[in-house]
Write a protein that binds this ligand. Sequence first.
Ligand code: SAH
Length: 352
Amino acid sequence: MKKIIQDLSFTQVSELTKSCNQPSFRAKQLYEGIMQGKNISQITTLPASFKNMLLNEFEDCAISIVRTLTSTDGTEKYLFRLADGNIIEGVFMKYKYGNTQCISTQVGCRMGCKFCASTLGGRVRDLTSGEILAQVLAVNALHGGTREKRAVTNLVLMGSGEPFDNYDNVVAFLKNVTAAEGINISARNISLSTCGLVDKMYQFAEEGIPLNLTVSLHNTTDAERARTMPIANKWSIAEILKACDNYFNKTGRRYIFEYALIVGENCDSRHADELIALLKGRPCHVNLIRLNSVKERTLEGADEKSAYSFLGMLERGGLSATLRRRTGADIGGACGQLRAGFLSENAQSADE
Ligand code: SAH
């Protein structure tokens, strides 16, 4: 695979342009074209000779949307193909306050959570910062957005992959996506979700990127958490909470916990009491999710009634909590399911 031009910051694009003996206004044209979600060959303001120089070194198309599914509620799911043929997925959701895109940070995942489809085949490879950015540029362009008037206003790093298992590329991406010369999405409109890589949570607090730090908690004790999340064998809930408080002290941003309600695992009244004891008085919010059942997994999500009853217990206990609205339920559920389905379809047709 050649290099990915979306990996470059504006300063790096300027240096590249200079090294190709091009006048400096070409750097602006090139960067503007990239930010518009164009392939190098599609940037009509650039001379062919310069484009050919670029195409010797860089992939023309970092990412392309190969399938779009549209839900009756307006949610869209995409399968993207990367330059090396790998497939990742993403989601676009319309809310009252703006449009949120869910992006992937790795092809697959190696965290091994028992309820998650992204991790079924392990981690194939990390995405480069440019491949993460290209997802945003492609979907923004698809919806008629520009750099000045964005169609994508909010980002969640909750697609396939563990962002902190691809730390350097994710941080480079966050710097580029929030850069004033670029698409300039505010860190406050970005949520990064981690299964709780505590060392990286401390490191990230030093980066000066005040986003919404979200941790997938999903249980109240380390032993029970380890039943569905192998990472619980490495880092304890107590260590996670300390790292969250450090993030709050460094950035002033309150943190968020994801809690997917799984029948028989984490959502009886004892769990509600334990969650209240753990989190009461902390600057945090709890996002309850009804687990999306994954075909390859046996775990079952709580029904609506028990989800609301769990939410009520948390609220009465003094926690700030919400039950996440379900979007796109008719177009294939949770993280990684679309890709898993696509890969097995293709494997079947290859077998035939
Ligand atoms: N690796 C990161 C981010 C990706 S997953 C993390 O673990 O946080 C984004 C969120 O979706 C996480 O909270 C994850 O636990 C949750 N999730 C995974 N599979 C799910 C499923 N089947 N139903 C509901 N939520 C799920």
